[in-house]
Ligand binder design. Structure first.
Ligand code: MRU
Length: 348
């Protein structure tokens, strides 16, 4: 397979003057697109998981600002720069944990002040840059992560990944899944385990789909299989993405990531976090300040619209957890690799 083929999926596109999102709630059964014309619908699409994954949320929000600016400027060419703040607030409230959202909104906001005249073209150009830079960062991280895997083992090895960190979760190519793509292409990985990732099944539905599309063999395991799998020595690296990394390297990622990090350390597997610097939050000295999204109990009580839990049961549904830096063997960013992150070494 060519690299071009490895990069054929796009979750977020700007097409015909509108934002086009691949509806990730319906994959892999249906390939349906949602077309968005305004910022409020864009925010709702992020909340509702039409688009998800930290960098993809950031890219989407950047295009959402373009939609907001176009509407505000059409209403008033003199007050639009103030008027747009309400839309920026709506976008900022769409999901709380992935810092890429706030990073992208800040970057777009920084551009607003410099625009004179119609903001549409300059802001669209900036959103496209955010998108393209994310893909370039992913490609670079893919090379860095693959080299790390190559240096850690003489023979091709097996890896386990959690959630979906691929083309669907980013501008394109992927973070952790980008490393897996690059390392597989280089012959450094011979087996990829993906876990289901409850309750949205990003592993089963999205990661497995991306890998199958790329002709990379994938073996699905249930959410709780990680410990049993690693006990057998079947996994050399656990490779995951991130939604927010604090200044000391503590890393928020999809709920269940922390479990895998503990199990990996106990069983001697290595643990790699792959994320662009747009995922780093230098305002937080450690992970305790990272806001963890609590989603609806219905996501656990029901499955694909059918009630599965006993009537009367309550449910608690945090969408993310925080893995302490001490359990992380490597953080890979587009600026380089940090081994065993400490506040002295991280960030770079
Ligand atoms: O709830 P989601 O699907 O948005 O959560 C996504 C994750 O946790 C990913 O691992 C993370 O955003 C990194 S994506 C490159």
């Amino acid at each position: 397979m060519t690299n071009h083929h490895h990069d054929s999926i796009r979750a977020v596109e700007w097409a015909n003057g509108a934002l086009k999102l691949l509806d990730q709630r319906l994959l892999p059964q249906q390939r349906t697109y949602v077309v968005l014309e305004n910022a409020r619908d864009t925010a709702q699409a992020i909340t509702d998981m039409v688009v998800r994954g930290a960098p993809a949320i950031g890219v989407t929000a950047a295009y959402g600002v373009v939609l907001a600016a176009r509407a505000c400027y059409a209403r008033s060419s003199t007050t639009w720069q103030g008027d747009i703040e309400a839309d920026l607030d709506v976008l900022a409230r769409s999901r709380p944990t992935a810092v890429n959202l706030f990073w992208a909104l800040d970057r777009m906001r920084g551009h607003l002040a410099h625009v004179s005249g119609d903001p549409y073209e300059p802001l669209l150009a900036e959103a496209r840059r955010i998108h393209e830079e994310d893909i370039a960062a992913n490609r670079h991280m893919g090379q860095l992560g693959a080299a790390l895997i190559a240096g850690s083992s003489q023979r091709p090895c097996a890896v386990l990944t959690h959630c979906n960190t691929g083309s669907l979760a980013t501008g394109g190519y992927g973070t952790a899944l980008g490393v897996i793509r690059a390392a597989y292409a280089a012959g450094k990985i011979n087996q990829v385990f993906a876990d289901e990732t409850r309750p949205w099944m990003q592993g089963a539905r999205l990661t497995a789909w991306e890998l199958v599309e790329d002709n990379i063999p994938v073996t699905l395991v249930v959410e709780g299989a990680g410990a049993h799998l690693m006990k057998q020595g079947a996994v050399h690296w656990v490779i995951v993405g991130a939604d927010r990394i604090a200044a000391n390297g503590d890393t928020a990622n999809k709920i269940g990531t922390y479990n895998l990090a503990i199990v990996a350390r106990y069983h001697g597997a290595k643990f790699m976090v792959v994320a662009p610097t747009s995922t780093v939050d230098m305002t937080l000295s450690n992970g305790t300040g990272i806001p963890i999204e609590i989603r609806s109990a219905d996501e656990i009580l029901n499955h694909t619209g059918t009630r599965v839990a006993a009537l009367g049961a309550a449910a608690w549904n945090p969408a993310f957890d925080v893995t302490p830096a001490e359990l992380i063997d490597a953080i890979v960013t587009e600026r380089g690799v940090v081994l065993s992150p400490t506040p002295q070494k991280w960030p770079i």
